[in-house]
Ligand binder design. Sequence first.
Ligand code: GLY
Ligand code: MN
Length: 489
Amino acid sequence: MFDKEVYVRRRRTLLEKMSFIPEGKRGIAIFTGNAEAPQNYRGNDYRFRQDSTFLYFWGIDEPCFAAILDLDSGDECIYGDDVDIDDIIWMGPQPSVASKAERIGVSCSAQYADFDKAVLAARAQGRTIHFLPASRYYNTLKLASLLGIPAESVRKVLPVAGGHGCCGKAATASEELVKAVVSMRLVKEDCEIEEIDKACEIGYLMHTEARKGCRPGTKEQDIVGRMEGVTISKGWGVSFTTILSQNGETLHNHSHHQIITPGRLLLIDAGAESNTHYASDFTRTYPCSGKFTQKQKDIYDIVESANGLAFKLARPGVTYRQIHLAVARHILEGLSGLRLVRGDTDEMVAAGVAGLFMPHGLGHNMGLDVHDMEDLGEDYVGYDEDQKRSGQLGLGSLRMARRLQPGHVVTDEPGIYFIPALIQKWKMEGTGGDFVNYSALEQYHDFGGIRLEDDLLITADGARRLGTRRLPVTSSEIEEIMAREQETL
Ligand code: GLY
Ligand code: MN
């Protein structure tokens, strides 16, 4: 948890950002923290994870809290229940809700059920109620019932300041509030960057452990277990479900049943969440035998230089979409050198040929969520008024297209994949025209995929790779360190 002043300042900034709405018409902003989520029966819950926006403004990392910020008066109140003797028996003594509120600079506190009463009273007065799209089903249903709207409207975002706010027909999550929150959380404060650096250091240690475990005969699942143990012992846990597979061409591959086999590639995309819930997200791809074949190295070096190119281009004023396109161009030039594609590079970029090999975007925002704030709407987070989402494969999946600003934290994660079903589909449909050398691609059907990912902070005049040390990344660094680690183990 940060100092009290951090939370006070954030809520004051939010009030200022919402003050474009005429006074008296602003209404209230309501924030629902998460409740416990049972794995199977009540009492056997998943490990509690607070809603990230609730953490950002209200800091309290416990279930069943809510808060109201009155956008007209500036009044604020925290809602939660003090423990009773039953709770003390099972959970031990807990600080009072009032003291938790005081810790974040809020002088008003009340019982959790009073939140519902306050919202219903505001509804009865016809006040506008701004809320964010809920990320969890519990809060979706709670808000739907409190506001008298269908559950699906709780996750829809539309402007409400025009007056159709809470109490009627068209109520949805508030676009004004979403935009204000996104504009704040997108630009990381120094205290947040410190936490992301910590998460990156844990991520570094996780990946180091995993790389050491990458040796023929080992089960992928063993590597996952040892790697996740690192972040469980040093941080909160993983920042997303680990991706670790020799079938790296499946972008989000969560099955870990295979045995490490010489000659294959192992793709590891994994990150840590710090104890304050900030994320890291790194990807490395290793030769299972410790040495790349020439064919693997040719592709690896293209991805590695694409990752370096994105880092070099990342600076304030440039859009991440431009950098994605520069990376797409670089990948196509590299593949052209290997005669897997042919023709004018600009025409290939325009035709979206890179999507056959990199069907995802170059990166996403990262912070309290590994895909930061995507519960608030991917386009609100990653796209600005001057950006439109493309319909092309690859570019269309770009989660962050915005013009970069100092304080943005983005991932730099280019990849090249050979996805047999996708190649077959494009070939059958004639997508990519003559640009794609389908007969040469037949030699790559069992290649797999390569992705390399670092986390970048945009600075005043460029970018910094987050974390105090960078995981080995060039093909020669990888081969050297794997050879050294094989000797010492
Ligand atoms: N690291 C997983 C992802 O970015 O989707
Ligand atoms: Mn990522």
